[in-house]
Design a protein around this ligand. Structure first.
Ligand SMILES: NC(=O)c1ccc[n+]([C@@H]2O[C@H](COP(=O)([O-])OP(=O)(O)OC[C@H]3O[C@@H](n4cnc5c(N)ncnc54)[C@H](OP(=O)(O)O)[C@@H]3O)[C@@H](O)[C@H]2O)c1
Length: 316
């Protein structure tokens, strides 16, 4: 197939673009060409590149038409963050693409209620990002129902892979938390450490996109969570990482108002966002309809990423 991928060099794209090439597809990768992919792969030599700035092209009203002119049979959109962006693109592609695959997020859900959260649960997002992504999902699925727009939505969890820092056992991105666990130092965990995070290896997300393309007819008009098979509590996460470093887990559980004063404002905000969500999503729908199975547990994914951070001197 002729496939175009918007944002094909980022966390997900670094796995998905090569996977599409390996599967025999003819791939056009759209980006501003400002960054290199996270992994080297022979596929980068055979991909066609289209360099453009989506934001600027949307402002001038030309983005959708430039994408439609590629005449791709399938379009994977990894960089859509605003309802107006989704509408602009979908309106240009209407009748001109066989499958539009949109990348959402598990943040379309608000705080976890009945877990594991299924795709069917009513959306109660909070925070700008989740609210906008939920609005995009709602609009795209309505377009499928009302106009037959051939759309599928995949909602990844916290992306993990070698090359960047994963969400840590405090629920933020500070790699020093892993460094402290590695040295057997005390790590402060908010509350009782029973809130959850739900990672996914970027390779598993890539695999899910490929499955959605393969099972197009089943996937049309559907949303799927794409996460590891099980979420982890902050406490369990910290304990298992300490064990991996062959250190005792020296954890101190601290009430939130006290905990947040001991970290930077940025780390506190990221942790608060993650523990207020405490995601714990089901992959049963992706498993039964698409045949998705995560190859990495959350810990396996994180350990691969932390191994890379250590090798590159980011975790001392
Ligand atoms: N990160 C997470 O943990 C997470 C979790 C759940 C869902 N998601 C979703 O996953 C999707 C992809 O995220 P990601 O983390 O893989 O993205 P990413 O690593 O930030 O990569 C973004 C990609 O888009 C390109 N890009 C950025 N701005 C652009 C612009 N203005 N015009 C054209 N291309 C542009 C980048 O290349 P250039 O910079 O070279 O342009 C790159 O290829 C998003 O929809 C996000 O909501 C992410």
């Amino acid at each position: 197939m002729k496939i175009a991928i918007i944002g094909g060099t980022g966390h997900i794209g670094s796995y998905l673009t090569p996977l599409l090439v390996e599967a025999g597809h003819e791939v056009t990768c759209i980006s501003r060409n400002q960054r290199k992919p996270y992994r080297e792969h022979a596929a980068w030599g055979v991909v066609t590149y289209l360099t453009l700035d989506r934001v600027a092209e949307e402002q001038s009203g030309t983005f959708g038409e430039r994408i439609a002119r590629l005449e791709a049979e399938a379009l994977i959109d990894l960089t859509c963050f605003y309802p107006q962006s989704a509408e602009h693109l979908a309106n240009a592609l209407r009748g001109r693409v066989g499958h539009l695959l949109h990348c959402g997020t598990i943040w379309v859900h608000g705080p976890s209620a009945v877990v594991p959260t299924t795709e069917e649960q009513p959306r109660q997002p909070f925070g700008d990002y989740g609210i906008r992504k939920a609005a995009i999902e709602r609009w795209l699925l309505a377009q499928w129902k009302e106009t037959g727009l051939p759309v599928t939505i995949l909602h990844p969890g916290h992306l993990v892979g070698p090359g960047w820092a994963p969400i840590n056992p405090q629920g933020n991105f500070n790699p020093e938390v892993f460094a402290a666990l590695r040295r057997g130092m005390e790590v402060r965990i908010p509350h009782f450490g029973m809130e959850t995070v739900h990672h996914v290896h970027a390779e598993d997300v890539a695999q899910a996109f490929l499955l959605a393309l393969k099972h197009r007819n089943i996937a049309l008009g559907e949303s799927f969570h794409v996460v590891s098979a099980a979420a982890i509590t902050l406490r369990g996460y910290a304990e298992q990482m300490a064990a991996w470093f062959q250190q005792p887990a020296r954890l101190r559980f601290v009430p939130w108002d006290e905990w947040k004063l001991g970290v930077s404002a940025r780390d506190a905000a990221v942790t608060e966002d993650h523990i207020r969500h405490s995601p714990h999503c089901s992959i049963q729908k992706a498993r039964s309809l698409l045949g998705y199975e995560s190859r990495y547990t959350s810990l396996q994914a994180v350990q691969e990423s932390v191994g890379w951070l250590m090798k590159n001197g980011i975790i001392s």
